[in-house]
Design a protein around this ligand. Structure first.
Ligand SMILES: NC(=O)c1ccc[n+]([C@@H]2O[C@H](COP(=O)([O-])OP(=O)(O)OC[C@H]3O[C@@H](n4cnc5c(N)ncnc54)[C@H](OP(=O)(O)O)[C@@H]3O)[C@@H](O)[C@H]2O)c1
Length: 321
């Protein structure tokens, strides 16, 4: 079947290891369900994989992609929940053995993807396949960061760092839909203009905010972390799910204890949170921001755009053309 996969690891030039072509479907457990993929979307995770973060040379070739929406083997329209973990504790994201599709088991950038049947979440008819395919990773991560881990209060305030990214645009849109005052930084003036149209107050990185916030959404890391600490109000939370620009940040511990700040890690979300997010998008008439859509066979061009850092919102692959 046609697939976009990692055929080699290259930490410096990740796209050198990307192949888009025919690949025999890899082995998966017999009792898993098969989904004909109609749309998928890219995440920074796919670039990390090609760089060898979380993916070893002994696992190649590995089909990339965490996100997909499609039609299951029983004819239902579904969104694929990408965390493969034990939900025994009620939260598969804290299973130490959890993996994401494309880490241990083949990912979603293929004609078909296989996943445990409980990972298939019904797709609401109100959402297109392309819209639904944007939600399982970036949007789910942002949703959990704001609601579960950030405990965003009603009438709260949020700062989103690096506002052009997939998680960040999701956090801005979800934050606004939750009624929060949203501040967002971006290095790029054009992205700041676009983020303002979503109802956020757009600022340059490091700018002083008109108020301190309840929750800071951090996916940038070292480049913005000091600013994040300064912008949180006493008792506020800096919720971290990524470190695109460096994972070794400087933390002024005096600020942490004196202001009783919480630095909170967050990863993906549970299957139930994904179902909640789908319902939330329908109820609030909220749709993911799509930067651009590529035919599946043009997946390499989508990866080039992701790597360029020019992206505003999600990159979608249309598997029907
Ligand atoms: N833990 C999880 O479950 C989870 C889930 C999803 C993503 N993540 C992680 O979260 C991060 C973001 O993912 P994504 O898919 O949203 O990535 P993305 O779409 O590629 O966005 C990255 C954003 O980071 C900002 N940025 C990059 N370098 C920067 C720098 N030097 N200084 C300031 N800002 C910088 C950019 O914002 P501006 O251009 O607007 O400044 C860019 O838009 C990644 O590291 C990813 O691995 C983690």
């Amino acid at each position: 079947m046609l697939a976009a996969y990692a055929r080699a690891i290259n930490p410096d030039n990740p796209l050198d290891g990307l192949a888009v072509g025919e690949l025999d479907p890899p082995q998966t457990p017999d009792d898993w369900a098969t989904v004909e993929v109609r749309a998928s979307s890219l995440n920074h995770h796919d670039l990390w994989s090609l760089r060898g973060v979380g993916l070893g040379a002994d696992q190649l070739p590995m089909i990339l992609g965490c996100d997909a929406a499609g039609v299951a083997d029983d004819g239902t329209e579904v969104v694929v929940y990408p965390v493969i973990g034990d939900p025994g504790t009620g939260d598969e994201t804290v299973d130490p053995k959890r993996t994401l599709l494309s880490e241990k088991w083949p990912g979603t950038f293929a004609e078909r993807v296989r996943a445990p049947r409980r990972s298939l979440v019904p797709k609401p008819g109100e959402l297109s396949f392309a819209e639904a395919a944007c939600l399982p990773t970036a949007w789910l991560t942002a949703y959990r960061m704001l609601r579960t881990r950030g405990r965003l209060p009603d009438d709260g305030a949020v700062l989103v760092q690096g506002a052009g990214g997939g998680v960040a645009t999701a956090a801005v849109a979800i934050g606004r839909a939750l009624g929060a005052r949203v501040y967002a930084t971006s290095r790029d003036p054009a992205k700041r203009d676009r983020i303002a149209t979503l109802g956020a107050t757009a600022l340059e990185p490091g700018a002083r905010l008109p108020e301190r916030v309840d929750v800071v959404i951090e996916t940038v890391g070292a480049a913005t972390f000091e600013h994040s600490l300064k912008c949180a109000k006493p008792g506020g939370r800096i919720v971290v799910s990524g470190a695109t620009a460096g994972h070794l940040a400087t933390v002024d511990l005096r600020r942490v204890y004196f202001l009783q700040l919480e630095i909170v890690g967050s990863t993906m979300g549970t299957r139930d949170e994904l179902a909640e997010l789908l319902a939330f998008c329908v109820a609030k008439d909220l749709r993911p921001l799509v930067d651009s859509t590529f035919a599946f066979a043009e997946a390499r061009a989508a990866f080039e755009r992701l790597e360029s850092g020019e992206v505003f919102g999600k990159l979608v692959l249309d598997h029907t053309r």
